[in-house]
Design a protein around this ligand. Structure first.
Ligand code: FAD
Length: 406
């Protein structure tokens, strides 16, 4: 019998966890496994707000794929996926041409959603990959460096405007307000000249989160200088200003540092490949397969999993992607070796938002609310737990966050 060709697209949380689980359970005699990813590294997207603010170096947030994946068991292809062709059961890659599959895992993650707002693509910076995050960090540093090199001082160089007060926006605000004093010292700038704004359409940030935690987050950030503009809608971003609407009035803030953190969507390849999408994601079967495609599993931010109790989909998180990997790996092994397929059962363990490296807030499984250093400790435990799961104690020691109080 021919060996099954298993192809995993994307080495984010979902793809890496499926690959490392399969390499433990399947031998090269059972199946030929290929992992395809744009870069030769895996990055922890949940650390990108830190990379974007420059509070950690990008190398802290990325892990060489070869350090975790056994290339004797999993073939690695560094390439960019262009399209999935379900008819010919093949994937079109930028450099390698086509690669065929018997079983496909779509783990291509998220990309920013701009909702058609003019100027975002041209002028705003996003926190979505290592490269966009490094660019944002360097762009703000450049503007701070330029400020004192111009005869006519331009406040737009020092104003930072973050569009969106969801988790990504709030976590970035927490990091950037911690970084501003350091940047001011470095570039001879009076800290009183720097203003950090957040614009969000809801009455508060972290919409849907526990009100006590929201209040804590907002007052922590306000105490460090963040100016919240709520119930406001960003209508355009230009090279030197952000234009928004509030209470029926159009207003603007001069800025050359616009950060767009107000929305993500599933990788557009999923929709373009005709996998049957709902809100841009694949509305997966209980076994995490694309409907009508028993050979295609979809994971993480590309998959839509309904929270039937709440009546809406689970938000896209690394937590759920990691949990889905267990079901998908089990089901692939069942298809290869024989056995029963299982249904995915999410087990949400809580949510913690960081507010800079010394502060945070969140809620854990038993409903306990966490504030301040207790939340930051929990956040680090979550990060470290993932490293342990992915690469064992060696990876944890190499990449873990151990300075729990700072
Ligand atoms: P990703 O992790 O996005 O991985 C996708 C992979 O596919 C990447 O390696 C990418 O390079 C690769 N890829 C993409 N396109 C192509 C292509 N065309 N060809 C080849 N390779 C490609 N979640 C939490 O649970 N807790 C948190 O605290 C949290 N905080 C966050 C903070 C920030 C700043 C951000 C941005 C996100 C946060 N999230 C958090 C959400 C979490 O990061 C995502 O839900 C998670 O990364 C989704 O995992 P994934 O495997 O679906 O995709």
């Amino acid at each position: 019998m021919n060996k099954k060709k298993i192809v995993i697209l994307g080495a984010g949380y979902g793809g890496m966890m499926v690959a490392t689980k399969l390499q433990k359970k399947l031998s090269p005699n059972d199946a030929e496994i290929t992992l395809v990813n744009k870069h030769d590294y895996h990055y922890q997207a949940t650390w990108l707000h830190e990379v974007s603010a420059g509070t950690i170096h990008q190398d802290r947030a990325r892990i060489r794929i070869k350090d975790v994946v056994n290339f004797n068991k999993v073939k690695f292809l560094q390439d960019t996926v262009l399209a999935i062709d379900t008819e010919s059961k093949s994937v079109k890659l930028q450099n390698t041409g086509r690669i065929e599959y018997d079983i496909l895992v779509v783990a291509l993650g998220f990309q920013p959603a701009t909702f058609g707002i003019p100027g975002i693509e041209e002028h705003a910076f996003t926190i979505s990959t290592i490269n966009t995050s490094r660019l944002l960090r360097e762009h703000i540093e450049y503007n701070f460096a330029m400020y004192n090199n111009e005869v006519e001082k331009n406040p737009a160089r020092l104003n930072i405007v973050v569009g969106g007060g969801g988790f990504t926006g709030v976590e970035y605000l927490g990091e950037i307000v911690n970084k501003v004093p350091e940047l001011c010292k470095e570039y001879d700038i009076d800290p009183a000249l720097v203003r950090v704004f957040n614009i969000d359409g809801s009455p508060t940030v972290l919409k849907g989160f526990d009100p006590q935690l929201v209040e804590y987050a907002m007052s922590s950030l306000e105490s460090r200088g963040v100016e919240f503009i709520n119930n406001a809608h960003l209508i355009e971003i230009k090279a030197d200003k952000v234009i928004y609407e509030k209470d029926g009035e159009t207003k603007e803030i001069p800025t050359m540092n616009a950060v767009w953190a107000a929305g993500v969507r599933a990788n557009v390849i999923v929709e373009e490949s005709g996998l049957g999408t709902n809100r841009g994601k694949v509305d997966v079967t209980p076994e995490m397969r694309a409907p009508g495609h028993d050979d295609i599993f979809v994971i993480g931010d590309c998959a839509l999993v309904m929270d039937h109790k709440a009546g809406f989909p689970y938000p896209p998180t690394a937590q759920i992607a990691i949990q889905e990997s267990g079901t998908i790996a089990h089901n692939i092994i069942a298809l290869v070796k024989g056995g029963e397929l299982e249904a995915f059962k999410p087990n949400i363990l809580g949510t913690v938002a960081s507010l800079g490296h010394k502060d945070g807030t969140g809620i854990v499984l038993d409903g306990r609310k966490l504030f301040g250093w207790k939340a930051t400790v929990m956040k680090k435990i979550i990060d470290n737990r993932y490293l342990l799961k992915l690469g064992g104690i060696g990876l944890l020691i190499k990449k873990g966050k151990f300075n729990i109080f700072g």
